[in-house]
Design a protein around this ligand. Sequence first.
Ligand SMILES: O=C(O)CCC(=O)C(=O)O
Length: 278
Amino acid sequence: MSITQQELNNYQDQGFLVLEGFASEDECDQLRVRAAEIVHEFDPAEVVSIFSTHEQNRTTDDYFLTSGDKIRFFFEENAFNADGTLKYEKEKSINKIGHALHDLDPVFERFSRSRKVKDLATAIGIRDPLLLQSMYIFKQPNIGGEVTCHQDSTFLYTEPTDIAGLWFALEDATIENGCLWAIPGGHRTGLKSRWVRSEAGMKFEIFDTRPWPGDQLVPLEVSKGSLILLNGLLPHRSFENRSPRSRHAYTLHLISASAHYPADNWLQRSPTMPLRGF
Ligand SMILES: O=C(O)CCC(=O)C(=O)O
């Protein structure tokens, strides 16, 4: 499946594109089953790290900052009781798995490097694409945390900023269970901030202090198997999931091998595991 000229025009104009039915039911289910197996094998006694977009500089730990070439587990902020024990079983407590599933797990690698994903990268004009990061996002029932409005290039900065985010719905995503929201055309307003490593820890370098025009956000409700393609500069977010239904998604971020990837980005690879293309 490749995209039409009209779809490409829409992507360039709006900064996002919804491709319904990009992944088959079967592909979605294979990824879901594999994620469940990976979580089953994970022992939460090893480490507890929380993913939160609130106070991100303070709440980010070393476990997160060294996860660019690993398969690691991050909990929902609201998964814990006051005494630090989990409110629910681990399968219902993990916010996401990141960030190198596409390189380290054969099932995720097969999907991520499939012909149709490669063709899509070519169709949207990413030259010599590299697969930078992958995440399996659970958006758990009842406790799924919000992701505040952001541009992916804030976290995965390149020069030039031509990165693409591929967000695959592995279940129906609705307003109720915390679908994505985006600001159509918002990718043209420039990069607002960068999240950089510094001697004092992580910090945001702010380029534009204006608040996001939240009233321009539109919900992107999609059915299982849909792909939402996101320009790295497109402002987007998701709200909490307070519904009894999960909202699983798999995401991949692609950059161009010819772009400069700075050493102060949070995500770094060890020299023994360089980024790879398709
Ligand atoms: O899946 C979500 O809820 C938000 C994901 C997102 O925006 C991101 O990871 O950049």
